[in-house]
Write a protein that binds this ligand. Structure first.
Ligand SMILES: [Zn+2]
Length: 402
């Protein structure tokens, strides 16, 4: 059957039974972000599945990522490989579709099984976030490849292995693949179980500040010491004071310290920021640097800064809004009512938007309770969403809508 954009034909073209079977198989593979073995298995399964599309599949090594230990030492964190499929790279108009294969459930988490809640609802790790979404990408593209105009355009598919910990090992790859693309679609689950999309998003940044003082005896010579905990506490109050209407700051943890009779020479402050605008993000960065220099001189301590903004804020500009409008219009053609709302959450859509490419980042399945053992996927949404994306891609391929 040669599908066209007639709504029922399009929906009928999507092989919903295969989709369901694949999602059940994929959810049964544990892919906690730290489970390198599980991720390798998943990457292999995905590489096989996506080989059904034209183009070349490649597994890409993760970028080097470091973190600061509780002892103040920088160490490397291992990550899984990312999958990339490139189709018709020579085409003038190209898209990027992205998803992640990792979940928040480690290999030793009790939530590993897929079970039915009712005959339309599947409970399981990563069913909604986002193995269902990965499967929607695959079947949307299989459907799209049979549609008029597909051969005029090209696309890249990027499935990373570290989204749930902030895509530190894949953000360079995401930005490289996004740059110059006509539009981007990301397959996080819908913001609400009714299919509502996430619209504008704030950004996020994580920092570890290591403060090195000088230890001394708390009774004999306390004035010879330089107290790292005091310096860290001063820092907490000063960064908290940087909060404004467009940014919040959450000092989360102070590690380090020493015995009660010792002036502590080590403190590590961990904190998170949530800038609502690019302006707030840059402003905070400058202010933080100035405060760190001040802490250094006033407390006579060493200060080392690690981390920063990993997800820039994602405002919705005119072009991105036209992409939202197109998704809504395609939904209407298929009998699906699609709205949107802003959200406090972040995802790879933030990083894509920062390259100036219009993106809708909740094109995945309908579902909910993600990041909890109650996570569920609404099974009929596999077909719905695959047809929706295929239709959106076919309209985008004409170049008339953005
Ligand atoms: Zn996700």
């Amino acid at each position: 059957m040669k599908p066209d954009s007639a709504p029922q034909t399009l929906l009928d073209t999507v092989d919903a039974d295969t989709m369901l079977r694949e999602v059940q198989d994929w959810a049964a593979i544990n892919t906690g972000t730290a489970n390198i073995e599980g991720l390798a298995k998943m990457a292999g399964v995905l590489a096989d599945a996506f080989s059904a599309l034209p183009g070349d599949v490649e597994l890409v090594d993760p970028a080097t990522v470091t973190a600061i230990s509780a002892e103040g030492r920088e160490f490397e964190k291992p990550h899984g490989q990312h999958m990339v499929l490139r189709v018709r790279p020579q085409a003038q108009r190209r898209f990027v579709l992205t998803g992640h294969m990792d979940t928040v459930f480690p290999a030793d988490h009790p939530f590993q099984e897929v079970t039915w809640l009712d005959d339309e609802t599947l409970n399981g790790p990563g069913t909604a976030d986002m193995k269902g979404g990965l499967n929607v990408i695959l079947h949307a593209l299989k459907t799209f490849e049979g549609m008029e105009g597909a051969d005029r355009v090209g696309y890249d598919v990027m499935i990373n292995a570290d989204e749930e910990t902030g895509s530190l090992a894949s953000r360079g790859l995401i930005e490289e693949l996004a740059r110059g693309k006509y539009a981007a679609l990301t397959y996080e689950p819908s913001a609400l179980p009714d299919g509502t999309l996430a619209h504008a998003r704030g950004g996020t940044g994580n920092y570890s500040i290591t403060i090195t003082g000088r230890s001394a005896h708390a009774g004999r010579n306390p004035h010879d010491g330089r107290n790292a905990i005091v310096a860290a506490s001063d820092l907490v109050l000063r960064i908290k004071a940087l909060e404004a209407g467009d940014i919040t700051v959450n000092p989360a943890k102070i590690e380090g310290g020493a015995a009660n009779n010792v002036v502590p020479d080590l403190a590590i402050l961990r904190f998170n920021i949530r800038p609502q605008s690019t302006d707030a993000m840059h402003r905070f960065d400058g202010e933080l640097d100035a405060i760190l220099r001040l802490i250094e001189t006033e407390h006579e301590v060493g200060v080392h800064r690690h981390g920063g903004v990993t997800r820039p804020p994602k405002p919705v500009d005119d072009k991105a809004q036209r992409l939202f409008d197109l998704v809504k219009a395609c939904g209407a053609e298929l009998g699906q009512t699609i709205g949107w709302k802003p959200t406090g959450g972040v995802c790879d859509g933030n990083n894509i938007a920062a390259t100036g490419v219009p993106v809708v980042d909740t094109m995945g399945v309908r579902g909910g309770a993600i990041h909890s053992p109650d996570e569920f996927m609404i099974v009929p949404s596999l077909r719905e969403r695959a047809a929706l994306s295929a239709l959106v891609l076919s309209k985008l391929s004409t170049g008339e809508y953005l």
